[in-house]
Structures are given as C-alpha cells and as structure tokens.
Design a protein around this ligand. Sequence first.
Ligand code: C2E
Ligand code: CA
Ligand code: CA
Ligand code: CA
Length: 277
Amino acid sequence: AKVAGKNCHRFYSRAMDQAVERRVHLEHELRGAWDRGELSLAYQPVFRVSDGVMVGAEALLRWMHPTQGLIAPSVFIDVAEQCGLIETLGPQVLRAACFDAVAWHRSRGGDPLFVSVNVSPRQLRHGDLPEVVADCLRDSGLTAQCLHLELTETAVIGDETHASALLSKLRETGVKVWLDDFGTGFSGLSHLRRVPVDGVKIDRSFIADILRDPDDLALTTAIIALAHSQGITVVAEGVEKEGQYELLRERDCDLAQGYWLGHPVPMAEFQALLCPA
Ligand code: C2E
Ligand code: CA
Ligand code: CA
Ligand code: CA
C-alpha cells in the first residue's frame, strides 16, 4: 500500500501525522499540568428530587491551558486514558475531591454532602483502587459513605467477574458505587442484576428528550422501576428544564443534576454557595 500510494494516500497520512503530533504534544503538556496547577476540580451540585435539597456534588476535572485556554475533559481525559496518565491523575483527583468534601462539611455543618468522583476503566483494571480509596479516606478524614465512585458501563462490561469482585471490595469499605452514563451501553438493564452497584446515573441523552419522546420517557421510567426493585438509587443527569425535573419527580427519580439546577463551578464558588455571606 505504501508503494502504490497516490496523492490521496499522502494527504491522508499527512493529516494523520498532524493528528498524532497534536496528541503527543497534548500528552506531553498534560504530564506536568497537575504539578503546574493547571488542573482543577469543578463541582456540580446534585439534588434530591423529592424536596429539592442539595445532597452532594460531582467532581469534574478542568484544564486551564496556559495558551489554549480551557480544554474540555472530553478531549484530554481520552488522551490521559490512552497514554496511561490517568493512572496517576485519577488518584490525584480522588484525593483532592476527598479533601474538598471535608472542607465543605467544616464550613457548613449539618448533613455532610457526598462527593462523586469519576473513575476511568483503566483505573479499575490497573490501579489498586481499593487501596487508593482507603488511603484517600484515611488521609482526608472523609466518611466512606460520603464518597461516591462513578464508573461507566463500559468499565464493567467484558470482565464482569473481575469487576464484580472489585466493586464488592470497594463497597465493603463503605463507599458508594454508581454506574455512569447508564442506558448508553448495549447490555444496560441486564447488568443491573449482575453488577453490585448502589446507583445508576441515567445518561443525559435520555433526559434531554423525555418531554418530547415517549420512548425516552418510557425507558427512563423503566430504569427507575427496575433500579428501585433492586434497591438501587437513580440519578438523572443533564436536567436543563423545569419540566424535565417535574416529570422526574412524578416518576419517583431519586436525585438530579443539570444546568437548570446548577452548573459545575470552581471549588471556591461552590463553597460560597454552601454558606452565603
Ligand atoms: P460525565 O461524567 O457524564 O459528566 C457530566 C458532564 O455533563 C459534565 O461535562 C457536565 O459539565 C455536563 N453537564 C452537566 N449538566 C449538564 C446539562 O444540564 N446539560 C449538558 N448538556 N451537560 C451537562 P464535562 O465536565 O465536560 O465532563 C465530560 C466528561 O469527562 C465527564 O462526563 C466524564 O466522563 C469525564 N470526566 C470529567 N472529569 C473527570 C475525572 O476527574 N476523571 C475521569 N476519569 N473522567 C472525568
Ligand atoms: Ca460522571
Ligand atoms: Ca454521565
Ligand atoms: Ca430520543
């Protein structure tokens, strides 16, 4: 194919080279980003649907690149996953989130808020996650029940025996395990019976259409019913309209997050939200 290469082939490989080069460059910059203080966590509040009380927040990573500005996690998490950097970045995020959650409780008192942290499939496969979690809890002093780990369906698909054993081990420590982006995987509903989790987060692509698309509403309602029949909590993500929230309350959804309820904000701003001056 190399010898027979025509112009289009050369063009194709040049575009490829550039993409690879950009990626390698990004990867290189990402390696030192945490130590340079370019990475930070934003927190998006999570609410109990029945009474609208804030009960926790999801930690979302942000990269303020010195020249390119804010880079979305959808771009750099992928890079971090592929080059293995997520195996050091993941635990750093976990640790920072635990310390932040303890600070919230100090400044607010009352019922402690939970902090929900995204865990990549790679951390599940390669890192010693239960040990990392135990270290973070011990060093920060955060109550285990206040830490939620969000795993995607794809992280547990394929190796369910290993995943189930690991999840059980994690849950024994008291932390809660959530299945993120629920409904987007192919084996969604059947998984609930085989993988031990505390909750599911219905993907926002379903929530987006529940007011218009009867199929999406039916699926959402079915997920809630099935989850509740197994004692599993349901979070709806991507709630952007009051109507969606009302509908979710009608359908007995437990928790919700989304732009209508609150955007992800930097730690300082989130903390200010907890104790308004
Ligand atoms: P996710 O876990 O599904 O996180 C929810 C995403 O939806 C966030 O995007 C959040 O800002 C966005 N969102 C929240 N409410 C709404 C809404 O009402 N409408 C819409 N359209 N979007 C909403 P974000 O922060 O860009 O993160 C994207 C993804 O990057 C996350 O998806 C997660 O998979 C990944 N990610 C972020 N932080 C971390 C991290 O610390 N570790 C790992 N492994 N992955 C992370
Ligand atoms: Ca998530
Ligand atoms: Ca999600
Ligand atoms: Ca639809």
